[in-house]
Design a protein around this ligand. Structure first.
Ligand SMILES: [Zn+2]
Length: 158
């Protein structure tokens, strides 16, 4: 059984498009120097508050509501009880996306194939690679942490 192909078929039928914000940690965003005590500039309209240069990618995925206990255990200290508020999501992401902890997933509204409104913003807290029988990575299970949108985010998207 080819798991990569199976997931590809599932996502074609049942998945939807979302935005993957990939940080390039080699390049700091111009807002980086303004950071104090780990806080990024909330008004930065380039980096979604990550503090780094970012690339905006369109990916296909689907999600399910993650069992809360599992999410808590897996995410360890990244989750605080107050942030979970009953719902945690688990995304299924294809192997070639190579998701990384700290990158961002955006649930968006699309208009003519272009994202024009952010509905939800999630930081990746765990990107768990699932290996097949041959040892290669077949797909990722990605656990996320909800984040409130920053004022500059819509600008960063468009
Ligand atoms: Zn920035």
């Amino acid at each position: 059984m080819n798991i990569r192909k199976s997931l590809d078929n599932i996502l074609k039928k049942y998945g939807y498009d979302l935005i993957y914000i990939r940080r390039d940690k080699r390049f700091k965003c111009s807002c980086y120097s303004e950071r104090s005590s780990g806080q990024t500039s909330s008004s930065c309209n380039k980096c979604f508050g990550t503090g780094y240069k970012v690339a905006i990618e369109k990916i296909r995925s689907r999600r399910k509501i993650a069992p809360l206990t599992e999410s808590l255990v897996r995410a360890g200290r990244n989750y605080e009880i107050g942030n979970v508020s009953g719902t945690a999501f688990l995304y299924f992401i294809q192997h070639d996306v190579k998701p990384k902890k700290g990158d961002i997933l955006l649930e968006v509204e699309w208009k003519n194939g272009v994202p024009f409104k952010i509905k939800e913003k999630h930081f990746i807290s765990i990107a768990d690679p699932k290996h097949g029988a041959g040892g290669r990575i077949e797909f990722y299970q990605v656990y996320v942490k909800y984040d409130t949108e920053r004022p500059g985010d819509e600008n960063a998207l468009t």
